[in-house]
Write a protein that binds this ligand. Structure first.
Ligand SMILES: [Zn+2]
Length: 56
């Protein structure tokens, strides 16, 4: 399961409010609020998401 890039909630890719494709990665936003948060400062959220370790 992927996570919302803004609020970090688990989101089903097929049910995400919005998907953002950047640099070969797909980012999800779960709701309109998260989308507008993301659009205010996309770089901040992308940087945050890249600093995480995707593998468990
Ligand atoms: Zn969210």
């Amino acid at each position: 399961m992927s996570r919302c890039i803004t609020c970090d909630k688990p989101v089903n890719r097929n049910k995400a409010h919005m998907t953002i494709e950047l640099d070969g990665n797909t980012y999800l936003a779960c709701c309109p609020m998260c989308q507008s948060e993301f659009e205010k400062d996309p770089e901040k959220y992308i940087r945050k998401s890249k600093s995480k370790h995707p593998r468990h």
